[in-house]
Design a protein around this ligand. Structure first.
Ligand SMILES: [Zn+2]
Length: 137
């Protein structure tokens, strides 16, 4: 009796590091022809992604927390934006939190001095038009 039993253990699947690769949007266009008129699909997906209220961003300008080189959407000039820092709700929240945590108002003014707690409003230096803003996150 030769009991050479090969204990074949299941090999673990090759470890793949889950890289945070951005998932490309599915391209439904062109893959599936639209059903004929009158045809009703038997299975309706529970969550339909209807893009009716698509946010039409008139200014696809990527702005940073500081002066950013871009093209003015108003005068179409190549500009470096002029930045105005204005306190936003977060500034007040951080200020209030500091006030509570510190027990006094010694640190209340700090958020108002920090650019990272303010909204950066970008303006065109040429035509003074509002280009966009940057919300620190
Ligand atoms: Zn301009």
């Amino acid at each position: 009796m030769d009991a050479t039993m090969e204990n074949k253990m299941g090999l673990p699947p090759p470890y793949e590091p889950t890289a945070p690769a951005p998932v490309p949007p599915p391209s439904y266009f062109g893959d599936n022809p639209p059903p004929p008129a009158g045809f009703v699909a038997p299975v309706a997906p529970p969550r339909t992604t209807v893009i009716t209220n698509q946010p039409t961003n008139p200014r696809p300008v990527k702005l940073g927390p500081g002066p950013t080189g871009t093209t003015c959407p108003t005068c179409n000039k190549s500009i470096v934006t002029r930045v105005d820092y204005v306190p936003n709700n977060r500034t007040h929240i951080v200020s209030a939190a500091l006030c509570v945590l510190a027990g006094c108002c010694c640190g209340c003014f700090v958020p108002y001095c920090m650019r990272s707690c303010k909204t950066a409003n970008h303006y065109c230096p040429a035509c003074k038009a509002f280009v966009g803003n940057y919300q620190p996150s």
